[in-house]
Design a protein around this ligand. Structure first.
Ligand SMILES: Nc1ncnc2c1ncn2[C@@H]1O[C@H](COP(=O)(O)OP(=O)(O)OP(=O)(O)O)[C@@H](O)[C@H]1O
Length: 234
């Protein structure tokens, strides 16, 4: 994110966000409610374009590429955003998993389902009601993660996507989605999720107020991260 600015109908939310995540690393983006974290996530997946600055992809070798220069198809494969709400349609669990990766073979599907614990929800040919009314929030989160895994994106953006799961489920999905060369940006309130990241950035007042490792930021009395952690139930 390079000098990223965004406003909703003239009301500024992001006012020069500068953030680089090296390929293969995990960054936790934290901040108070309304700070603009989801807005960053939406800009990363190009739901909208910024009012200023740019979202750039960093190839392993070569110069940064503005997402506006990437075709829609390539961007859909390169960057996947998993939010809190998992859209489901009336069809089998397997069909729902294949939504974003129709070419995934049965073996890849079974593997993603196993890693994310979807295979323990119900058999893969079970019909899921429209909007997944019969499934819990945690089960829907597992489906969303397995879906993301099947796309094999280079960049994964997780916006409170494990909020419905307990700590063990959250850790299981983090392990399932971990891949050496995958860049992950995770928006979370749960301290355990934030702590797992290589680096943490705190968004405040439309900018990155501080960034560093968990050890650096939590050992600093009065740091913005410490303030956030004391207001977050663990
Ligand atoms: N579609 C929208 N139209 C107008 N304003 C919006 C819209 N979406 C978000 N906002 C406003 O932009 C600001 C940032 O919202 P955003 O959802 O990015 O924050 P957040 O840090 O993700 O918050 P939370 O932790 O509560 O999810 C908030 O003040 C919010 O009210």
């Amino acid at each position: 994110m390079h000098r990223l600015r965004f406003d909703y109908g003239g009301r500024p939310v992001l006012d020069g966000v500068d953030l680089t995540v090296p390929p293969g690393r995990t960054l936790a983006l934290v901040g108070a409610s309304g700070a603009g974290k989801s807005t960053c996530a939406h800009l990363l997946a190009r739901f909208w374009d910024p009012s200023g600055g740019a979202v750039q992809l960093l190839p392993a070798d070569g110069d940064p590429v503005d997402v506006r220069e990437v075709s829609d198809d390539d961007l859909r494969r390169a960057v996947v955003l998993v939010g809190q709400d998992t859209p489901l349609f009336h069809g089998s669990l397997a069909e729902n998993l294949r939504l974003a990766a129709p070419e995934a073979d049965d073996q890849a599907l079974a593997e993603a389902a196993r890693l994310c614990g979807v295979d323990r929800i119900a058999p893969m040919d079970t019909l899921v009601g429209e909007r997944g009314a019969t499934l819990s929030g945690g089960q829907r989160a597992r489906i969303a993660m397995a879906r993301a895994l099947l796309v094999r994106p280079r960049v994964l953006v997780l916006d409170e996507s494990t909020a419905h799961l307990d700590n063990a489920g959250d850790a299981q999905l983090a392990t399932a989605l971990h891949k050496e060369d995958r860049t992950t940006i995770v928006i979370a309130h749960r301290p355990a999720t934030i702590r797992r990241a290589d680096r943490i950035a705190v968004l405040d007042g439309g900018r990155i107020a501080e960034a560093g490792t968990w050890e650096e930021l939590t050992s600093r009395p009065g740091s913005a991260l410490n303030r956030i952690l004391t207001t977050t139930p663990s």
